[in-house]
Write a protein that binds this ligand. Structure first.
Ligand code: TYM
Length: 331
């Protein structure tokens, strides 16, 4: 049975990009596959959260996952820092990860530009930790959004390199997973540029209030409108349609596509519909988040069970890796 691993940084609330880029596919897989989902709190240290933020973010993200439908009876859901085998594998993989390839990673270059005062070694070796997360469970499939494509490629490189170096087949080569052979998903932000992201300030969180969602959508960037029939949509408009496609019915999408093509579209109507459909989608999730957040006993039980199951799988792999590398006890 294929093994599936996916994760999320604990640096803020889950947003529509996280859901449609990764969580949705994961949920669909948990019925048939052996699935691991985790909260990457080590990864969040690259941006230096305060201790109290670190803790509350982990709890919030765990509650949000569960509210989305990740089922602890079907999936192993755990917190990265509860599994010490991960940082050990990270250390071992670091010995075969090279400065040149790490410096060339787009996400490293972006982060170094965004936070020039804090270009730490954790940022540089971020893809190595991510590789450890994935291959510690010998994952075959990794449901992630398009923005993680390069990090996943690095994980493949490190897995292959280990196998080749020691002439073993310890690690399967993990691949990105999307349903029905579709491309990896990239959910755009509301500011007309790039992708929806936590730090980009252009995200709609699953826990966000309807008023706030409405306000954000109504403020989204548009243009003066189509001037010729059947013209191609510019990026800012395509972004709104991409969001509509994930939350609305095909009939609604087709209605606005037709209106765009024959130049009768009114962006105000499009935005109103988009806001209503986003709210419709997030409402039940938001109320589940509120309930689960209050239930500390349930959250701690989920985290404890998850940690035990994840460690069982991780320690098996690590033991094998230690042996292959040549570690033998002298006592
Ligand atoms: P993170 O926390 O930025 O995002 C979590 C997941 O959400 C996806 N995602 C998106 N997908 C489509 N459109 C968007 N706008 C969008 N924004 C976010 C991401 O692709 C990701 O799948 N490095 C990872 C966390 C991680 C991980 C792992 C993931 C650490 N180790 C091992 C998988 C396997 C990250 O920062 O994701």
């Amino acid at each position: 049975m294929p093994i599936v691993v996916s994760g999320i940084r604990s640096t803020g609330n889950l947003h529509l990009g996280n859901y449609f880029g990764a969580v949705k596919n994961f949920i669909e897989m948990q019925n048939e596959h052996q699935t691991f989902f985790f909260i990457a709190d080590f990864h969040s240290l690259t941006t230096h959260p305060t201790p109290s933020d670190l803790h509350s973010n982990v709890k919030q993200v765990l509650a949000e996952y569960l509210a989305c439908g990740i089922d602890p009876e079907k999936s192993t859901i755990f917190i990265q820092s509860d599994v010490p085998e991960i940082p050990e594998l990270y250390l071992l993989l670091n010995m075969n990860a090279y400065l040149g390839e790490l410096e060339r990673t787009t996400s490293f270059k972006d982060k170094a530009r965004e936070q020039p005062e804090n270009v730490n070694a954790g940022l540089l070796t971020y893809p190595v930790l991510m590789a450890a997360d994935i291959i510690i469970h010998k994952a075959n499939l990794v449901p992630v959004g398009k923005d993680q494509e390069q990090n996943l490629e690095m994980a493949r490189t490190f897995a292959r390199r280990f196998n080749r170096m020691y002439n073993v087949e310890t690690f399967p080569i993990p691949r990105a997973y999307t349903f029905e052979g579709k491309d990896m998903v990239k959910i755009p932000g509301l500011d007309g540029s790039g992708k929806m992201g936590k730090s980009a300030g252009n995200a709609i969180a699953l826990a966000e209030s309807p008023e706030s969602i409405r306000k954000k959508v109504m403020r989204a960037v548009t243009d003066i409108g189509p001037t010729e029939t059947n013209q191609k949509k510019p990026d800012v408009i395509q972004n709104l349609f991409t969001l509509l496609e994930v939350v609305s019915t095909p009939e609604i999408v087709s209605h606005f596509n037709t209106a765009y093509s024959n130049c009768t579209i009114r962006y105000g109507d499009l935005k109103k519909q988009l806001a209503a459909d986003i709210i419709n989608f997030t409402n039940p999730i938001r109320s589940r988040i509120e309930d689960i957040c209050k239930d500390d006993v349930y959250l701690s039980r989920v985290a404890k069970n998850g940690a035990e199951k994840a460690r069982e799988s991780a320690s098996k792999t690590l033991e094998e890796v230690r042996k292959i590398i040549g570690f033998r006890k002298l006592y």
